[in-house]
Each structure stands twice: as structure tokens, then as C-alpha cells.
Design a protein around this ligand. Sequence first.
Ligand code: SAM
Length: 289
Amino acid sequence: MRDLSDIRVIESTLKKYGFDFSKKLGQNFLTDGQVCPQMAELACDGADAVIEIGPGIGVLTQQLALRAGRVIAYELDSRLIPVLAETLENFDNIEIVHEDFLKVDLAALIGDQLAGMRVAVCANLPYYITSPIIMGILSSRAPITRGVFMVQKEAGERLCAAPGTRAAGAVTIAVQYYAAAREVFSVPRTSFVPAPRVDSEVIELVPHRTPPVAVPDEAAFFRVVGAAFSQRRKTAVNCLSGGLGISKDAALAALEHCGATGRTRAEALTLEQLAELTRVLNAGDAQEG
Ligand code: SAM
């Protein structure tokens, strides 16, 4: 098996195909031979099949294929399809699909092609679409065992922050609503070619069977979360009033009902407080209507 993390192998393979990296597609290929086996080990734990996003030249794909019965990898860049056909030619359990993963209906894919299998998702993500990919996977409620993702360090810290702490944002709350999230290990920028401007980290998301809090309606919950975090420097009362188009008195009354005050900022609110806030504001809506 060729070591696809070896910089000489990467350079000679890409030269052969006249390939140059696309910044627009978030192409930073891994050059550290330790990282992909670790990611694959974690992703394949308890999984029969793995879906990969953005295989590049196949460095992670081959490690996944060594550990899972089946791997389906989605690559958007047409120039990489013939490269992958060559680099992964010795594997008969890998299917490369030339498609934008953002357009894939993950639940339908698993139901149609991987029925009865335990399926994980794994990727060294193109950073320009980290949030849409992760939120798309989680909100689809596709039955996956776990997601193992390489993301920018700062994004990972935010995605995995504990609600109620400074690093928390709207995306933290959304992730925590759907999954248990943890940072697994850091990867320096020097482990990629070309080297990105920031360091990275691997995170693991394990979807909850049922959400940790009950909300009357998910759309209303995410509206409240979005409004509460809409302006980081402002208090939650101002954000909620502006974001939801309600009076400051109504926003303050709802916050006080949840044990917060007029000075509380959104990042200090717990998941339970945000759920309770949604219930109180929803009940207020029902009374007005
Ligand atoms: N897995 C390889 C590695 O670790 O070296 C490449 C990772 S690179 C950070 C991201 C990969 O995602 C690139 O191959 C890029 O072409 C691909 N990509 C970008 N946008 C995509 C999309 N919307 N759907 C599928 N693949 C995409």
C-alpha cells in the first residue's frame, strides 16, 4: 500500500496529473502518517460502513477501508476522480462518488444503500463548509454511530464548548442539542500541504438518541437560540427583543422566569435555560394569539 501521507508521494502523484491545489475547495492534504490511522480507528469503532467527505488523494480513505467493510467517499473536485482511481485501485470496498456532499440526503443514502449497517461519517473537512456539513448531518437525524471530523481548532473549540461558558455560540447549542461532542486531539498546521494559516483538531460527535432537553417545537427553539446569540457584545434581553421583535419587558420577564437577569449574556445560558425560554416565549405567543 502506498503511503499517501508521504509528501514525496503526494507531490509526484499530483505532478503526474498536473494538479494544483484549490483554495476555494479548502484543499489542504494531510502529510502526517499518524493522524489518519487514529481518525479511522475512532470512526470505525462499532461501524460496518463509513461515509467520507472530501477524500483528496485518498489518505484517510485507505485507512478507513482497512478497518470498515465498506467506504463511500464524496469528492467534489472532478480532477481528483482519476487520481483516486489510481491511488485506491487495490481496494474493492471503496466507492468514490463525484458529488457535492452538501447536496447529499444522508438519511436516504443510508436507508437505500447501507440498510442494516452501522454507519459512521469521517472527514478532514474543507473548512469553508464546516458548519453547514456538520449541522446538515446532525439535523438530518440520519442514523449514524458517530462523526469524526478534522476542523479548524477554533471551530472545534466552539463546536465542543460547554453551554454556559464563554466559548459557547449558537452553533454550540445546536450541536449539544443533537449530539455529545468532544475534542479528541490537536493537529498542527505543519501537518498539511499547503499549510493552512491556523492549527486544526479532530472532534467526535455522537448523536443523542433523544435530545437532552424537551422543546415545544425545534424551529422555535433555534429561532430563540439564533436571536439570543445574534450580537455577542449585547445582553440576551436586547438580543432577544431585537431578534424576535418582542418588547424588552417581555424578553426580560421570560429571562427572569428562567433564572437569568437583564445583564445575562447568551453564552451564560444553559441548554435547559434556552429550552425553558422557548417554552415561556411560545406560551406567551399562544396567549397573545
Ligand atoms: N481527505 C484529504 C486529506 O485529508 O488529505 C483531503 C482533505 S481537504 C481538507 C478537503 C477535500 O474536500 C478536498 O479534496 C476537496 O476537494 C473536497 N471538497 C471540498 N468541497 C467539497 C464538497 N462540497 N463535497 C465533497 N468534497 C468536497
